[in-house]
Design a protein. Sequence first.
Length: 288
Amino acid sequence: MKRVLVAGATGYLGRYVVKELKQAGYYVKVLVRSPAKLKQEGAFSSPAIYEFIDDIAVGDVSKAETIQGICADIDYVFSSVGITRQKGHLTFMDVDYQGNLHLLKEAEHSKVQRFMYINAHATENCPSALIKAKQLFVDKLNRSYVPHIIINPTGYFSDMTELFTMAQKGRVFLFGKGESKMNPIHGADLAEYCVASFSKEEISLDVGGPHVYTYRQMAELSIMAANPNSKITSVPLWLVKSIFPFLRISNKRQYELLQFFFYVMTHDVIADTYGNTDLQTYFENMNA
């Protein structure tokens, strides 16, 4: 029985990965800051996972001293560690880069057999600080002697929840006409893909969900499920771009976040299709 350490276990994807690993017969150890969250259902209806866990380690990847020896009894490491929004004193560099680097150093010290990292697909040219932090870690991982697998999902269904929330309020805003395309993937489908990919090494894999949508189509699906009376408003791209210089000065963290979402929503982000769950079903279940 292979022993897997899951870092990021209480996040949207991490919860599905823990469940999938256990059901596939792995010994599952999780690294968390707050064990109490393991007994709770996660955000976006991701599962409570306490019953699928064999061992719990408490630590914070951004503080290297709290995770010393974490990989001593581990064969594989899975990391979906990262933050979408910078909160408190923590930045993307602190967590997405430095936190994962601390974990990698522990994996190297313990000579683990695999290190799987969840990156992002088709964002190499994105100027966002979030992507720059992730890419810096990918560069370190590629130079490591630990066999690794990099998974590049297009986007999670949970990321599309903002469309549903706007639809509930009566108006969905899109950057431009919403013609850019994406095939987002459900957490359960992505977890299945990740666990099946542990048999590989020294590889980078791009993956998305079973259907490709424009952002306008995704907005329309959210409206059908949340509020049929809701409207779609297209915000001109020139107007959004005009905000960047002011936001960069007044609120750097909001600027960096807007940079990321603007890039993703104005470029096609499409990868090989996988899974069975469609976005319409996901939205309908949110309204159930």
